[in-house]
Write a protein that binds this ligand. Structure first.
Ligand code: URA
Length: 233
């Protein structure tokens, strides 16, 4: 990736600096330069930019960019790791086996995927063989996620699995340790929860097992939503 430049340095190469992008359309899709907060006026612009994105090598292997599903005004945002095969084919997040389980978990506390949640991922393109995205891929893609958070403005963010927890909040801890606890990130209520794929691999419902813990967590999440909804705007 010869065109990639440091995401963290303040110095942009002269050709980019000279451009002084004023609108999202002027931000080159091939260079991993910062995408400042406020770049997109709406989620349609963001999706359009994502659809052209070549910021990392995952672009070369994708069938579709996977941006989101659900309600763009939802009070809950759910963040996964990255698209799998079915997501890549359909261009929608969490539509495979993990997604079906996620929908069931939400339905168990009467949360509707069309109205109550907005679902997206840390990386928008499928990592080959369903491997975890690399640090470079996450760094290239994370500005889109941060813009999604700003535009959707959710009251509650659920981070499914370690990649989402580390990618958005910067916390590198095991989910088993931190799940079930509310943490604040940029003024928002966040909770790390087990990734549904992990629950598929650990199907026991016995007390103390991941599925049982997930049931505790989703009830707590519903309680928080009711609490947030009952507060004056
Ligand atoms: N796993 C994820 O983390 N995201 C998806 O969209 C699908 C599976």
């Amino acid at each position: 990736m010869t065109e990639q430049i440091s995401l963290f340095g303040n110095q942009l190469p002269p050709e980019v600096d000279a451009l002084s992008p004023e609108t999202w359309e002027q931000i080159p899709t091939r260079a991993s330069i910062p995408i400042p907060s406020g770049t997109y006026e709406n989620l349609e612009q963001l999706a359009q930019h994502c659809n052209q994105c070549q910021r990392c090598d995952l672009a070369g292997g994708r069938t579709n960019v996977v941006v989101s599903r659900g309600n763009p005004n939802a009070p809950i945002m759910i963040i996964g790791e990255g698209p799998g095969q079915q997501e890549d084919e359909q261009g929608l997040p969490f539509v495979g086996k993990s997604g079906q389980l996620l929908d069931k978990i939400l339905a168990s506390v009467r949360l509707d995927t069309k109205t109550d949640v907005y679902i997206c991922n840390v990386v928008k393109c499928r990592p080959p063989g369903n491997r975890a995205p690399t640090a470079g891929e996450v760094a290239a893609c994370i500005p889109y996620l941060k813009e999604q958070v700003r535009l959707v403005d959710p009251k509650i963010i659920l981070l499914t699995g370690g990649t989402a927890l580390k990618g958005l909040v910067g916390v590198k801890q095991g989910i088993t340790k931190v799940r079930g606890n509310w943490m604040e990130w940029e003024g928002r209520n966040c909770m790390a929860i087990f990734h549904p794929a992990y629950l598929l691999r650990n199907p026991s419902r016995a007390k103390g097992k991941p599925k049982w813990l997930m049931w505790q967590d989703i009830q707590e999440i519903k309680k928080k939503l009711d609490e947030v909804n009952s507060q004056p705007a």
